[in-house]
Unconditional design. Structure first.
Length: 332
């Protein structure tokens, strides 16, 4: 607002928001945040280290300053605290891979007007198939988002002190949650249920983490594959519910309850909106992603999860916010 009158500044920034995606994704592609963290302080330094043009380096630095990821200090460039924490390569919570992935997705938004009109994705836009090469990039790119969430869940449930527990990770993707929990608890064992191509990725990544000897895999579709009866102390359902409809979520929750030992806990991790759909912003925005890429998914309300879990037989249901866009649900 200027003198009480609206201005177009924020709308212009929203219209050109894809510039930020492109600048951030390109900077990540050329490891600029890593080079800045390692002491590069100018466009010339970055150009030399990244093997890019000095003109290109300067344009990226200007853009990164504008979106608040790089700052100037006496003429020298450096990462902001956020960029240092979440965009430097090699760190467990680095989102640089996700930034590169989403830059590649910008073109897919061009069909959103048609998708909104029809109420679902175009046939070639659906990603929910086992042999989609999309998974190789996606499951690794989103793993970093699950690191702090998995640690919070472990702390809440005191998993490091839980002894010989059995964990079932439904649609576990990269296996990051199981990997973190097995590192914290040397007596725990985990089973991951996912499509074979995704389990192959998890096998590789969990071998690198040194916990592969305590992980088993079930290659299959969690919609049709059994979870076992009273077999597990923990069942994890992370970043799956948003791509499923109400009936499938209820069915999976019911199977999860049957798979839990007495006193066991189902953990649901997802982007969840308030009951009046007033927030939070990330989860609300993510609804369009689900419209674009899933047949029945969405960003579901806390009330939806509570109703589904109750229908599936759970009696104690608690929600826990995290510093990330993710909300945790614990159901017993």
């Amino acid at each position: 607002m200027s003198n009480g009158q609206p201005t177009s500044d924020r709308i212009m920034r929203l219209i050109t928001g894809y510039w930020a995606t492109g600048i951030l994704g390109t900077a990540a592609s050329h490891s600029l945040f890593t080079h800045l963290e390692d002491g590069a302080t100018s466009a010339a330094h970055l150009a030399d280290r990244a093997g890019i043009s000095e003109r290109g380096a300067q344009a990226l630095l200007d853009g990164l300053v504008s979106i608040g990821l790089v700052e100037l200090d006496g003429g020298d460039y450096r990462n902001t605290a956020e960029a240092s924490a979440f965009l430097v390569e090699g760190r467990a919570e680095s989102l640089s891979g996700f930034a590169k992935l989403k830059m590649g997705h910008m073109g897919s938004l061009s069909v959103l007007p048609e998708v909104v009109r029809t109420g679902g994705p175009l046939t070639d836009a659906v990603v929910e198939v086992a042999d989609n090469p999309h998974w190789e990039q996606l499951v690794q790119a989103i793993a970093a988002q699950s690191v702090p969430v998995a640690k919070i869940a472990a702390e809440t449930l005191r998993l490091s002190e839980a002894g010989e527990i059995s964990i079932l990770d439904i649609g576990g993707g990269s296996g990051i949650c199981s990997g973190i929990w097995l590192e914290l608890n040397p007596d725990a064992r985990a089973t991951q249920l996912d499509w074979e191509p995704i389990n192959s990725i998890a096998r590789r990544l969990l071998t690198e983490r040194g916990v592969a000897d305590r992980v088993s895999y079930i290659d299959g579709d969690f919609h049709t594959t059994g979870f076992g009866d009273a077999a597990h102390d923990i069942v994890m359902y992370s970043n799956i519910a948003h791509q499923e409809g109400a009936e499938d979520n209820v069915a999976i929750f019911a199977k999860a309850r049957s798979a839990l030992k007495p006193g066991g806990t189902l953990i649901v991790s997802d982007y969840i909106v308030e009951d009046d759909r007033s927030g939070p912003p990330f989860a609300l925005t993510f609804a369009s992603e689900m419209l674009l890429k899933s047949r029945h998914g969405g960003t579901w309300r806390r009330a939806d999860y509570h109703a589904w879990l109750t229908k599936a037989g759970f009696g104690e249901i608690t929600f826990q916010s995290t510093p990330s866009p993710t909300t945790l649900i614990f159901a017993r």
